[in-house]
Design a protein around this ligand. Structure first.
Ligand SMILES: [Zn+2]
Ligand SMILES: [Zn+2]
Length: 398
């Protein structure tokens, strides 16, 4: 009998799909359904690639990341009718009925399922059962040890990193390309030399959560194991990719990780309604390609990829996340995408999901026709500013 090389796995998102605030909330599980629908329409996702999102270590890992009073509060606020005492304390733990992160019935179970999916992805890769693993239900990078924040209840990304450190003593490089600073993950490992957190995002001068400046570099023995590149609003593909690749090259040389955990929020796209960076779908073709190459060069292929933000549910998220999976699986379709104008055609029959929120016009190609976009008037100024910030950010790296 010959043993075959491990293949990439897709972590089942059906349990984490229950992580849902309300119908009008931007963090809506339709993002996952539309992505799966696009991949099935391409014949690029098959049942044999899908593995269960379960892990035996969820409770123990949650206790390593989150404070016990916070876990108790989340559980109490998850009941159909939370006690008046729990409701009175909700705001202290980051939950407000009309805020970004309202509590909902079943919240603990749903958020724990998200953590389970990201742990299952980490387990698949660290045991060698899979070369790479993708959990698009995960990437909730804003959750803090003692409070929810920015749509995030439990920090599954931090949980996966902590689990890898704890079970394998392995060094983790966390790469966060969401347009918002990966603050929750950063603060969890700020003093930890074994977990390097890298976040490239729109500057906190203008965008939530208001942190992630170039001078945030870690503390104590974790000093130098944190890198932030805050880019200007209206940054476009070339400048964004220049900052991203220059940073990663330096990080890998100095940190030499054992495994990469990446967060793939796709809200840096120009269409995203919640931020002001002006990238096109091209960066969502390039990011996975770069991370994939680096994983094979530096970490023997060990790569755990997670979802994240992305609020243009129909135009952006399904294409961006499908391109990620196509790259992870070395799908032959990428040859056409890379050689066709605008990435070639999407399947004619996609999307096959009925919704009264479906926009009348949907993209017909994998990449955007940016030639039709209005040029950004301050391009040169923005690029120069980003280079300056990059230089400051990289000063302390070897
Ligand atoms: Zn985001
Ligand atoms: Zn590979």
């Amino acid at each position: 009998m010959t043993s075959s090389a491990p293949a990439p796995v897709w972590i089942d998102c059906s349990a984490s799909g229950r992580y849902r605030f309300h119908e009008d909330h931007p963090f809506h599980p339709i993002r996952l359904r539309l992505t799966e629908d696009l991949l099935y329409a391409c014949g690029a996702l098959s049942p044999g690639q899908i593995v269960s999102a379960e892990s035996n270590d969820v409770d123990e890992t949650l206790e390593r990341i989150h404070r016990s009073d916070y876990l108790d509060a989340v559980k109490e606020l998850s009941t159909p009718v939370p006690s008046p005492d729990a409701v009175a304390l909700a705001a202290r733990y980051g939950f407000e009925p009309d805020g970004d992160t309202p509590y909902f019935a079943g919240m603990h179970e749903a958020a724990a399922a998200v953590v389970g999916g990201s742990l299952a992805a980490a387990e698949a890769v660290m045991t060698g059962r899979a070369s790479h693993a993708l959990h698009l239900g995960g990437g909730l990078h804003h959750a803090f040890p003692d409070r929810s924040s920015g749509f995030c209840v439990y920090n599954d990304a931090a949980a996966a990193i902590s689990w890898i450190n704890w079970r394998y003593g392995a060094k983790v490089l966390y790469i966060d390309t969401d347009v918002h600073h990966g603050d929750g993950v950063q603060w969890c490992f700020y003093a930890d030399p074994e977990a390097f957190t890298f976040s490239i995002h729109e500057t906190g001068k203008f965008l939530f959560p208001g942190t992630g400046f170039a001078n945030e570099r870690g503390t104590n023995s974790g000093y130098g194991a944190c890198l932030n590149v805050p880019v200007e609003p209206y940054t476009e593909d070339d400048s964004w990719l220049e900052c991203f690749t220059a940073s990663l090259t330096r990080i890998l040389r100095s940190f030499k990780p054992d495994v990469i955990v990446s967060q793939h929020g796709c809200d840096a796209h120009a269409f995203d309604p919640l931020a002001h960076v002006h990238c096109s779908m091209r960066v969502y073709r390039e990011i996975p390609k770069i991370v994939h190459r680096l994983a094979h060069e530096w970490t023997e292929g060990r790569w755990v990829a997670l979802g994240g933000g992305g609020y243009d549910h129909w135009n952006v998220v399904p294409r961006a996340w499908s391109l990620l999976w196509l790259e992870m699986t070395d799908h032959p379709m990428l040859r056409d995408i890379d050689s066709s104008p605008n990435g070639g055609e999407l399947p004619k029959d996609w999307p096959r999901i009925a919704s009264d929120r479906r926009p009348r016009e949907l993209p017909r190609t994998w990449l955007d026709d940016t030639g039709r976009w209005t040029p950004i008037p301050r391009r040169a100024e923005i690029e120069a500013k980003n280079r300056q910030v990059l230089e400051v950010a990289l000063q302390h790296l070897g």
